[in-house]
Design a binder for this molecule. Structure first.
Ligand code: SF4
Length: 377
């Protein structure tokens, strides 16, 4: 079955640069087939290499509109950044497989604004090498419950119709049923893999917020009902689901908004279909504030928020507001059904105790997520 690259992806990019080392890759072949020739340039080095240091607002915007297909030279497989701040954060056993960097969507709070300094979006063309790394790891660790996500510095699915990496990853993870693979997205792009038999250990997950927050802060992403419709398609096809209500963003009617979100999720999905729900509140590095203000103005719920320095050097809401938001949403879920599996993402042990009265190791159903495993990478 031929799966075309949709026009929305072709139209999004001003230019696709193909590293001459990647010309024979499957991703490059799809670009050559579906993009008009005037948008494609084969190059022997990354464009704009003269750039050094932080990106300006216009450079950051340009980096989302231009794509570089290139092999990745380092180690693909890494621990989630939260795990490297173990002293301050309670973090689950999560590993990340970065198959590119930058994002074609544009959320006001996006942490990539302080994390990336590359002037161009990248998709790595050597996925076979990434899978080889995982195969090597499986020699020792195939029976441990590792969780692997592909959506840390690039959305897992928003450009998947260009690469079709989901198809290779699903087939690969079927070999290792003890491991879990998570596709994490704010898009609704799932049709390209739904013809594959579902793998029980592949979780399709959505970062989700109430419509008011999506419409105000999550630009270029799939709208609320589009995301839920995509999740329903995955559930019907037999994939497990997860939802990340993260970052929760304060606004005057936040209780009404988040209780509406919980109502919608609990009426459309069952506890059995949803692997886990994670909660997080707004947080960002102080140094990205000026870039966010320049790019999104002061009317955004994010740029105008009152934030305080906290753990891991990030700015967060005041601790009492964070607890109130976590407790409120948790209670909404548990009053629907006490079996909803809820955890806090990148939060301190103190917040766990104050918001949930427990550490994750004391919550049935979450122990496996947090039990320390041998570290890799
Ligand atoms: S979808 Fe995720 S990676 Fe993309 S802009 Fe939004 S927060 Fe950033």
């Amino acid at each position: 079955m031929e799966i075309p690259v949709p026009g929305t992806i072709v139209d999004h990019f001003e230019k696709v640069f193909i590293d001459e080392k990647s010309v024979d890759s499957s991703a490059a072949k799809r670009v050559i087939k579906y993009f008009p020739p005037e948008k494609i340039k084969v190059v022997d080095e990354q464009p704009w290499t003269d750039h050094r240091g932080e990106l300006s607002a216009s450079q950051f915007d340009r980096s989302k509109k231009n794509l570089f297909l290139t092999p990745f030279a380092g180690q693909f497989f890494k621990r989630c950044p939260g795990a490297t701040q173990k002293k301050t954060l309670t973090c689950c056993n999560y590993y990340v497989l970065n198959l590119g960097s930058q994002c074609n969507m544009n959320c006001s709070y996006c942490y990539l604004q302080s994390y990336l300094n590359s002037p161009i979006m990248k998709i790595y063309t050597n996925i076979d090498q990434a899978l080889q790394e995982l195969d090597e790891m499986a020699v020792k660790h195939a029976d441990l419950p590792y969780r692997v996500g592909t959506g840390e510095v690039i959305d897992s699915l928003s450009l998947d119709e260009l690469t079709l990496y989901s198809r290779e990853l699903i087939s690969f993870f079927r070999k290792y049923p003890r491991w879990t693979l998570e596709f994490k997205t704010k898009s609704d792009r799932v049709d390209q893999f739904l013809d594959l038999a579902p793998a029980k250990n592949v979780v399709t997950s959505w970062s989700i917020n109430p419509p008011l927050v999506i419409n105000s802060e999550e630009h270029g992403t799939a709208r609320f009902h589009e995301r839920l419709a995509a999740a329903e398609k995955c559930a019907t096809a037999g994939f497990s689901l997860a939802f990340h209500i993260d970052p929760m963003i304060w606004h005057p009617e936040w209780k009404e908004s988040y209780s509406g979100l919980v109502r919608e999720l609990t009426s459309r999905f069952s506890v059995e279909q949803v692997n886990v729900i994670s909660l997080g509140t707004l947080r960002f590095q102080p140094e990205q504030r000026h870039l966010m203000r320049e790019r999104f103005g002061l009317r955004s719920l994010v740029t105008s928020a009152e934030m305080f320095p906290s753990e891991g050097s990030k700015l967060r809401y005041d601790a009492s507001l964070r607890h109130e938001m976590f407790q409120f949403v948790r209670k909404e879920f548990l009053s629907n059904d006490p079996r909803w599996n809820i955890f806090l993402c990148m939060e301190t042990p103190e917040t766990w105790i104050q918001s949930f009265d427990k550490t994750p190791m004391q919550v049935d159903g979450l122990k496996d997520f947090f039990r320390p495993l041998p570290g890799i990478g």
